[in-house]
Write a protein of this length. Structure first.
Length: 170
């Protein structure tokens, strides 16, 4: 599991990540629809009350976990000055960054929870890319969907191709 870059002073984010990691571990052996909040809370080391302080459903946990990943992605992109999202260098950067969270993405894909990923990437594109780039909404959705699908297929295929070669396909 991946707890790198957690600010331990931010108990809220730590708790949210723990709950998300618990669901991901459980989804390796249990169908998502059969997960129980009491079991998730126990695995995460929190109470049911704590779970419900943050979320109403396990679906919300996975969507929030993606928000945490995307927030880290944005912060790292801005820190490195790599914010031109449609450029080849940023596509390479994106594939490398999200590869750190391959387990999350592959687990959601195996559980047929693609909607969480698509909703997340579409929200990111609308908020962070479209206003500054002037691209049409259709091009933005096309790019976002292509990037997510290419990433998933590359991960599912065992990452046999170099990131640079995969990035050239967009």
């Amino acid at each position: 599991m991946r707890f790198n870059n957690i600010n331990c002073g931010d108990k809220s984010e730590f708790t949210r990540r723990c709950i998300g990691e618990a669901i991901l571990r459980m989804m390796k052996t249990t169908e998502f629809a059969k997960l129980k909040v009491s079991e998730i809370a126990k695995m995460a080391g929190v109470s049911r009350t704590t779970f419900y302080n943050y979320y109403n459903t396990p679906y919300q946990v996975l969507a929030d976990y993606l928000n945490i990943i995307v927030s880290e992605y944005i912060a790292n992109s801005e820190k490195s000055g790599n914010t031109k999202y449609f450029e080849y260098s940023h596509i390479v950067y994106s594939l490398h960054f999200f590869d750190q969270y391959a387990e999350y993405f592959l687990t959601l894909s195996k559980q047929k929870l693609h909607s969480i990923m698509f909703e997340g990437i579409n929200a990111f594109m609308m908020e962070h890319v479209r206003p500054e780039s002037g691209i049409t909404i259709y091009r933005m959705y096309s790019y976002a969907g292509a990037l997510l699908n290419i990433f998933l297929k590359w991960e599912e295929g065992g990452k046999k191709e170099r990131v640079e070669d995969v990035a050239n396909t967009l």
